[in-house]
Design a protein around this ligand. Structure first.
Ligand code: NAI
Length: 280
């Protein structure tokens, strides 16, 4: 990080899947967002990271990739979000993609959730995604399309908990279900203008958020959850970044409106142990 708070990093020459693209990542200081910043920078993107908290560490990237900038941002603050997008446009002239990874855990059975807790989760996870998408898409609509008619790609991060219910999920599931449908609507409303919108629905990913949820005493629940993933493990942040990279890249030029589970088979269906009983 240099004296202006900017992180500097780099990547290898050759075919890079986001060469020259300008990409905003919210929630960039930790977990999935941080992995996205590192992967996109390696793939040649100019990355603008934004988070409520500064990055805890430098990025794990070679020294020859484009600059990565960081801004403090509360995704609930519309004025600050609008200003950040304006700053990106001022510096780079366009914005080609966004990944909305800022989010918080939360929830509980409805009768145990107080209004403030509900509002916090909905405000950050759902309204924050809306505000980021709103100002990014506004900018995308003003920029010229590329040769393929594309103006930009929006990637939101929901959850498997936005696709199906989870015990005690309440506000978290409601927020993530909202993100799934908001994203589909973005795909419908802006497709004609060349803006694609897709949603990634991660399974349980080994990040600081998850480690915070499964504290001491939660070992059995954690083991049950690992078992629900048919690959029998938690996901890695880099595996979500790989999916986001695909959705931002031109490889996904005909992909829009998808809610893509990246979940090790978590939502594939129930596993009642029959195949194990049969010796598989
Ligand atoms: P994390 O806690 O490691 O990172 C989240 C980041 O968001 C943090 O850096 C935090 O400072 C930032 N953030 C929180 N509130 C913010 C705000 N108001 N404004 C700006 N930044 C804010 O969490 P993780 O696991 O990387 O989660 C990223 C996204 O992925 C979240 O939306 C989460 O709900 C979602 N997700 C995570 C899963 C998991 O198992 N870790 C599973 C499915 C979805």
């Amino acid at each position: 990080m240099d004296s202006t708070g900017r992180l500097r990093c780099c990547s290898m020459a050759g075919t890079r899947r986001l060469d020259g693209k300008v990409v905003l990542v919210t929630g960039s200081s930790s977990g999935i967002g941080e992995a996205c910043v590192e992967r996109f920078a390696r793939e040649g993107a100019i990355v603008a990271g934004a988070d409520l908290n500064p990055p805890a560490r430098g990025l794990d990237v070679p020294d020859d990739v484009p600059a990565v900038s960081f801004s403090l941002l509360d995704v609930r603050d519309e004025g600050a979000t609008e200003q950040l997008v304006a700053d990106i446009l001022g510096e780079h002239g366009r914005i080609d993609g966004v990944v909305t990874a800022a989010g918080v855990a939360g929830g509980g059975p409805a009768h145990m959730v107080d209004e403030q807790q509900w509002d916090l989760v909905l405000d950050i996870n759902l309204k924050g995604t809306f505000l980021t998408a709103k100002h990014v898409v506004t900018a995308m609509l003003r920029q010229a399309p590329d040769g393929d008619g594309q103006r930009g790609s929006i990637v939101t991060i929901a959850s498997v908990e936005g696709l199906e219910g989870t015990a005690g999920g309440s506000s978290y599931n409601a927020s993530k279900g909202g993100v799934v449908l908001l994203t589909k609507n973005l795909a419908i409303d802006y497709g004609r203008q060349g803006v694609r919108a897709n949603c990634i629905c991660p399974g349980f990913i080994d990040t600081p958020m998850l480690r915070g949820v499964f504290g001491p005493g939660m070992e059995e629940t954690r083991a049950d959850i690992v078992h629900e993933h048919k690959l029998r493990r938690l996901g890695r942040p880099s595996e979500i970044a790989s999916a986001a990279l695909f959705l931002l890249s031109n490889d996904a030029s005909f992909v829009s409106g998808a809610a893509l589970p990246v979940d090790g088979g978590y939502t594939a269906g129930r596993d009642h142990g029959v195949t194990e009983m049969l010796g598989l």
